[in-house]
Write a protein that binds this ligand. Structure first.
Ligand SMILES: [Fe+2]
Length: 423
């Protein structure tokens, strides 16, 4: 007798389906499913020769080896494919050393050594003049951590900073984030390179579509178990015009709300999503989805003790416990407060004003880097892009993750703590 075919059981079908999905997922990174070109993992062989001249100069000066390709995407088998795998990354408490805690509130070591300290607007943005980041003592780094927490963003121009030293600074301020799949110089040092990102990943920034990618209001890494604290972007190649970054203070946004509405929001939590996507193991045919995590909607900053709104339009999914219509109304209202109140924002021009001169040739000929160091979770940021600002905008970015997010009901708002009028 010949054997008769037996229909597979539902469990067998399910097992075969899972195995097929896993095989498919191994073929290429899922999070880059919208990429314009085939994803090249490892060092990119085509782009290493397209480095802007001043970046090249910086890398050569500091013996950064890009001979195996640049930038680098982790090998495919190291990139998580499923959303539960991505969720597990850093999904437990990492001891956070609050460097600002022991800092001199007057910051005498930092300010004393600087040629000048310039507050750029009343409540956000400070420039430190005449100090090299690579020369800071630990005491100065502690004071800088406090200054960043108070002023949201601190700028250092005319910097000569190796990527290695930038990473070292990041390690001093917290657990350095290593992205599971974004382009990097090495683990912990992400790349901001508009030409590459537009061309390789098809972000598609153009004059008609200038509100894409990092042009949208956002804060980084809000889906992490411990979200981004101090982020340090060092641009080593700056276009002659455009590409400004705007930061908005969410201490300030919280202070814009009525006491009754503050009270309503205090203690609520919200769901936050990742920028990159992964497959849902339970429903892989539905397509990639974001990692999601719950955090307090109003948080207390551990360095200043001030309350702030932890929301941003790109990455906040919903407020827990509200009906969808209530959620949309309230979140949009909060996003608008952050995005439209110019007095709690500062827009930074990366290049010297003279770079845009039509009378003098002041183009950036040699490497002289500019650093912006900001408290990521206490702010939203966005880049002003034009077609003209996309070319040769290159930098390295290091993010130090901070504390496990918390809300202290006894903490004060910035204006309460500073004794400023609340109306
Ligand atoms: Fe960003």
């Amino acid at each position: 007798m010949s054997p008769t075919a037996v229909d597979p059981t539902p469990n067998q079908i399910e097992a075969e389906f899972q195995s097929t999905i896993e095989k498919l997922a191994k073929l290429k990174p899922i999070g880059h499913s919208r990429a314009k070109h085939e994803v090249i993992t490892g060092g990119d062989p085509d782009w290493k020769d397209k480095l802007p001249p001043t970046t090249k100069e910086r890398y050569e000066k500091y013996n950064v080896d890009i001979s195996k390709g640049y930038p680098v995407i982790p090998p495919n088998d190291k990139i998580p494919k499923f959303v539960d795998e991505a969720f597990e990354i850093r999904n437990k408490e990492y001891p956070f050393v609050n460097r600002a805690k022991n800092a001199d509130p007057e910051k005498k070591a930092l300010f004393g050594a600087a040629k000048d300290v310039i507050h750029l607007s009343p409540y956000i943005g400070t420039e430190i003049v005449g100090l090299q980041l690579s020369d800071l003592t630990d005491q100065q780094k502690d004071e800088l951590a406090l200054l960043i927490a108070e002023r949201i963003v601190v700028f250092f121009k005319d910097q000569d900073l190796s990527p290695q030293k930038q990473l070292e600074l990041g390690h001093y301020w917290g657990q350095v984030e290593v992205h599971p799949q974004a382009a990097r110089l090495q683990d912990g040092i992400s790349i901001i390179w508009q030409d590459y990102q537009s061309e390789r990943w098809g972000i598609g920034l153009s004059f008609k579509n200038s509100k894409k990618g990092n042009s949208q209001w956002h804060s980084d890494l809000v889906h992490e178990f411990q979200t981004a604290g101090i982020t340090h972007l060092h641009l080593d190649s700056i276009p002659n015009i455009g590409g400004e970054t705007t930061w908005a203070s969410t201490y300030g946004a919280y202070d814009k709300l009525s006491p009754a509405f503050q009270k309503f929001l205090d203690g609520k939590t919200a769901i936050y999503k990742s920028a990159h996507q992964y497959l849902d193991r339970a429903n892989p045919l539905k397509g990639p989805k974001h990692v999601e995590r719950e955090h307090p909607l109003v948080r207390t900053n551990p360095a200043t003790g001030w309350k702030y709104l932890f929301v941003n339009r790109s990455m906040t999914v919903r407020i827990v416990g509200l009906e969808p219509a209530e959620n949309d109304l309230i979140l949009n209202y909060l996003f608008n407060i952050i995005e439209t109140n110019r007095d709690i924002q500062y827009t930074f021009q990366w290049q010297s004003k003279e770079a845009g001169s039509i009378k003098n040739d002041n183009k950036q000929k040699h490497y002289s880097g500019v650093s912006a160091i900001w408290y990521n979770s206490v702010s939203n940021h966005s880049v002003i892009h034009t077609n003209e600002s996309l070319s040769n905008r290159h930098g390295t970015r290091v993010t130090s993750l901070a504390e496990v997010p918390f809300f202290d009901p006894n903490s004060k708002s910035q204006r309460e703590a500073l004794g400023l009028p609340l109306n």
